[in-house]
Design a binder for this molecule. Structure first.
Ligand code: GCO
Ligand code: MN
Ligand code: MN
Length: 388
């Protein structure tokens, strides 16, 4: 068995939200089980654990009703803590779901004053992020959705969302900010149905924006798994489109409530393919863990949880190097590439098309050969289970 070094280092770009290590275990059935962790304490903890950065919603850092003086004091303390502990702030986001004002959504709400307030709150959250050094702005459409479709036409919601995104891009440019926006899809929870349920839905919306180059996606493992989808496929499509601006790593058993489990703890094989993809293609953005510790834990357990997320990532990173270097796997891949060529078809021209139309294919012969994917997958399992 290999003796890899799974100690996280800054260059691995592991980040956590204030709301993740600071999660107090509240759920719909029970109250908080852990005392409040202040932002400064969270930063200290992340520094100790070897994380690269911390991210936050505006109100994780600054309470929604804070006075301007309190805001400035909190931001200064937080920035000093980040500096002292060598922690960066690569991403900022906005909370458009907690306050009762957002019970019907934010950018898509029927009340135009709520929509205007949501824009104002987001612009202020962008200002706050810039003060802390953030260059990525995540937008998760928390309550942009419905319980009853009687409340509005869903295509009207799409138009409102587009208008808000266009507005925020212009604000960013007008302020000379360098933000890239990363849109995060989720199929349901906290509302029965959320608009833009999948990463693919957002990719399609982005193409219709005024400044599509400023906007990408933030796929999350749990959200794709809640919808029964393959996270690596969503990530791959985003990557191929040049739109993988951020990523939320956690885990989730399909068909359950929103679990936000420690990365790789529910479906390690899916997590392995994801890490392998990110490492193979050379994704260089933050590896952000949007997860939280079990409700059974105290803050020592929270540290175990956070270290576990990073450790599992690094184990899979090592396993993917092992997979890529494995002679038997390499031989199987060589056979696959013999038949798949360069992976792309030929470009259309009419001569090629008429030759193709008159070609003879040995259909039965093509269908008869075993593809050895069983062997390939078992070799993968052997590696993952540590016997190879
Ligand atoms: C969730 C989401 C959030 C967002 C966060 C950043 O399911 O609650 O994943 O954690 O990622 O609000 O915008
Ligand atoms: Mn989530
Ligand atoms: Mn998330």
């Amino acid at each position: 068995m290999s003796q890899g070094n799974y100690t996280p280092r800054r260059e691995h770009k592991f980040t956590f939200g204030l709301w993740t290590v600071g999660n107090r275990g509240r759920d719909p059935f029970g109250d908080a089980v852990r005392p409040t962790l202040t932002p400064v304490e969270a930063v200290r903890m992340l520094g100790e654990l070897g994380a690269y950065g911390v991210n936050f919603h505006d109100n994780d850092l600054v309470p929604i009703d804070a006075s301007p003086q309190d805001r400035d004091r909190i931001v200064n303390e937080f920035r000093s803590a980040c500096e002292e502990n060598g922690i960066a702030v690569p991403m900022a986001t906005v909370n458009l779901f907690y306050d009762p004002v957002f019970r019907d959504g934010a950018f898509t709400a029927n009340d135009k004053s709520v929509r205007a307030y949501a824009l104002q709150k987001t612009m202020r959250a962008m200002d706050l992020g810039v003060e802390c050094g953030a260059k990525i702005f995540v937008l998760w459409g928390g309550r942009e959705g419905v319980e009853t479709d009687g409340c509005r036409r869903p295509d009207e919601a799409v138009k409102r969302l587009r208008e808000a995104l266009n507005y925020l891009c212009e604000y960013s440019l007008d302020q000379k900010y360098v933000y890239k926006f990363a849109l995060e899809a989720k199929p349901n929870e906290p509302r029965a149905d959320i608009y833009m349920p999948t990463t693919g839905a957002y990719l399609a919306l982005i193409a219709t924006l005024d400044r599509p180059e400023m906007v990408g996606v933030n796929p999350e493992v749990a959200h794709e798994h809640m919808a029964g989808l393959n996270m690596t496929h969503s990530v791959a499509q985003a990557w191929e489109a040049g739109k993988l601006f951020h990523i939320d790593l956690n885990d989730q058993i399909p068909g359950r409530y929103d679990q936000d489990l420690r990365f790789g703890s529910a479906n390690p094989k899916a997590a392995f393919w994801l890490v392998k993809f990110l490492e193979d293609v050379g994704y260089s953005g933050p590896r952000h863990f949007d997860a939280h510790a079990y409700r059974t834990e105290d803050y020592d357990g929270v540290k175990e949880f956070a270290s576990g997320c990073m450790r599992t990532y690094l184990i899979f990173k090592e396993k993917s190097e092992q997979w890529n270097a494995d002679p038997e796997i390499k031989a199987l891949l060589a056979e696959i590439s013999e038949t798949s060529g360069d992976g792309r078809g030929t470009k259309f021209n009419s001569q090629h098309a008429s030759e193709l139309l008159s070609a003879n294919f040995d259909r039965a012969g093509l269908a008869a050969r075993g593809l050895k994917y069983e062997r390939l997958d078992q070799l993968t399992m052997d590696i993952l289970l540590g016997v190879r």
